[in-house]
Write a protein that binds this ligand. Structure first.
Ligand code: AGP
Length: 613
């Protein structure tokens, strides 16, 4: 999740843009850049690393050769969280066309970038980066005939994906044109000046008046005004609203905490993680070469904490769809277990930070034993990327809350991509089944958005009722078990309530003794082949007086009778249900912890990245 900001007005904008980037730092980045329109040409500076690198480069440029471009009153800037192409200056934004007349900054993913790049290369374009975003600059230049708004609209109609971008051309000083396809874009309205940005903090110091850009809209800003239109070119009206956020609230996107912001960013995280890996009706994982898969007879997944739970979902999906045996182990056990591993194994190390010591050690152990190692991580350039033969990046953007949320669902999304890809390679699923699964995978971000809206109030009520409880139990079976484990971990991490999670079938072998009339039991009862068994376990615990809060699938029957209250999640293929079922449990932990007055972003005794053994 990159950060973009643009300015048109009467004031010199270089420092306004640099300040805007500073305020977007929380979005995380590995490189940054800006472009300024000066005397009919565009001057651009980009730098890898911390924002100070860019500030130094800009200062060197201002004191060195060329015009004092801090005079410029039209400019765009960007902080990059790399997804396509390494962390290099060439891949940093702004990107530009062959004639260096059109510059753009983009946040998100262009799904059909390969096809567009081919078309534009055939038309004579010269590319300078490995990114998906660069095609937008060349596409706008390709359509440009003296009207930037029209060129952006034409390009917008050629693009597919999950993005927002801002463009400028040296041929039209004093105008910026932006477009939104699901990723956030906002106008900051000023006196004789306007801002365009991916988030309000970028311009909050300058103005509190904003106009929201809705999905599918194009917006043109000039010093004297803002124009909205839809993809067909029809004009749209837009009211100005005043935001009363302070800087800290703004950094949290208007949410009270980073954790709640990140819970609400999950639809975007999943959408960006699957975006260009599901072209049409199948999965493409360029990172997973035939050479890497050749001779693989078994998969071994190693990870810690929440990442381990994502791997558990992966095991069910890969075994079910690809009929490959999957062994799971927590990395801190695996590395000392003297495991049997070798050249016929693909070992997958899952780590959002890519720096967890136990997971890295487990990956290195497997690699030294001849296994092929795949890292699934959220951080480009992290150690895990160097300890693996291949890397699949989740695209959740920077996660600040210690309790992992959006990185979990994006890891689960990668597990689903892996399961379907392996099934494609091994021919273990019929084409129509793959087509259906890929279609449902693409629907998940929309289902998550709908779910976040509908469960908030009922979950708050449950949290309020149980906030003082002294013990919580979570139960799950089959693919519901990792959801129970992850839901319980969230509650433990941020509410400090003693909580246990158990395979429901194991209850009668001991833990059932823990139950009495005061015990709330969360039961994962989403659609699955053994749902009836889950419901009979629910009946078992209710018979001991415990109170069952079930998570179930829309349209399923017989749940109410066997439980005390039910949270329904939207319907999908049963193996995709975990990515939805975890959302109400994240919110339950969140609201119980906040009701108990706890700091959910920085819980006691925990660090975001565990680099110690
Ligand atoms: C999850 O909320 C915790 N922060 C923790 O369990 C975490 O998942 C674990 O430390 C693994 O971290 P990683 O994904 O960065 O390797």
């Amino acid at each position: 999740m990159c950060g973009i900001v643009g300015y048109v007005g009467e004031r010199p904008c270089r420092d306004l843009l640099l300040h805007g980037l500073q305020m977007l730092e929380y979005r995380g980045y590995d490189s940054a850049g800006l472009s300024l329109l000066v005397d009919g040409r565009i001057d651009s500076v980009r730098a890898v690393g911390h924002l100070s690198e860019l500030q130094d480069a800009v200062a060197r440029r201002a004191n060195g050769s060329g015009p004092p471009d801090f005079e410029s009153t039209t400019g765009i800037a960007h902080t990059r969280w790399a997804t396509h192409g390494g962390v290099t200056e060439d891949n940093a934004h702004p990107h530009f066309d062959t004639k260096d007349r059109v510059h753009i900054v983009l946040n998100g993913i262009v799904e059909n970038h390969t096809e567009l790049r081919r078309r534009l290369l055939d038309a004579g374009a010269e590319f300078t980066s490995e990114t998906d975003a660069e095609v937008v600059a060349h596409l706008i230049a390709h359509h440009y005939a003296g009207d930037l708004v029209e060129a952006v609209r034409a390009a917008y109609n050629d693009l597919r994906g999950h993005y927002a971008f801002v463009a400028m051309t040296a041929d039209e000083p004093g105008v910026l044109v932006g477009a939104r396809k699901e990723c956030p874009l906002i106008v900051g309205v000023g006196e004789g000046e306007q801002f365009l940005a991916s988030a309000i903090p970028a311009f909050l110091r300058e103005t509190r008046n904003v106009k929201l850009v809705n999905d599918g809209e194009i917006v043109a800003i000039r010093p004297d005004g803002v124009r909205f239109l839809d993809a067909s070119g029809a004009r749209l009206d837009r009211e100005t609203i005043e935001v009363d956020w302070d800087a800290e609230t703004a950094e949290k996107g208007g949410y009270d905490t980073f954790m709640l912001k990140e819970i609400h960013e999950q639809p975007d995280a999943v959408a960006e993680t699957i975006a260009d890996r599901t072209p049409g009706d199948h999965v493409e994982l360029a990172e997973l070469s035939d050479e890497l898969l050749a001779g693989v007879r078994r998969i071994v997944i190693v990870a810690c904490g929440t990442s381990y739970h994502a791997g558990l979902v992966g095991r069910y999906a890969i075994e079910e769809w690809a009929r490959l045996p999957v062994e799971m182990d927590i990395a801190s056990e695996y590395r000392y277990r003297n495991p049997v591993v070798g050249s016929e194994d693909l070992v997958i190390g899952i780590s959002q930070s890519g720096e967890t010591a136990d997971t890295l050690a487990a990956m290195r152990l497997a690699r030294s034993a001849g296994a092929k190692v795949l890292a699934v991580t959220n951080v480009m350039g992290s150690q895990a990327t160097r300890d693996a033969d291949a890397v699949i990046f989740t695209r959740a953007g920077l996660e600040i809350g210690v309790a992992a949320t959006k990185t979990f669902v994006s890891q689960v999304a990668v597990m689903y991509l892996l399961g379907i890809k392996l099934a494609q390679v091994r021919g273990t699923l019929a084409d129509d089944v793959i087509t259906r699964l890929v279609g449902e995978l693409k629907q998940l971000p929309h289902l998550m958005t709908e779910l976040l809206e509908r469960v908030d109030a009922p979950i708050r009520a449950i949290a309020d009722h149980w906030k003082a409880t002294e013990f919580f139990l979570y139960l799950g079976r089959h693919v519901g078990l990792p959801v129970a484990l992850e839901g319980a971990l969230k509650l433990k991490e941020i509410s400090y309530i003693p909580t246990d999670a158990y395979a429901a079938g194991e209850m009668k072998h001991g833990p059932i003794a823990l139950l009495d009339k005061s015990t709330p039991v969360v039961c994962i009862a989403t659609d699955m082949p053994i749902l009836d068994k889950v419901l009979s376990n629910s009946a078992e615990v209710r018979a001991r007086g415990a109170h069952v809060i079930a998570v179930a699938t829309d349209g399923s029957t017989g749940i109410d009778e066997q439980t005390d209250e039910v949270i329904y999640v939207p319907k999908s293929d049963w193996l995709l249900q975990p990515i939805l079922a975890i959302v109400p449990l994240q919110l339950l932990a969140y609201y119980i912890a906040t009701e108990r007055g706890l700091n959910v972003d920085k819980p006691r005794n925990l660090a975001k990245t565990v680099t110690v053994e």
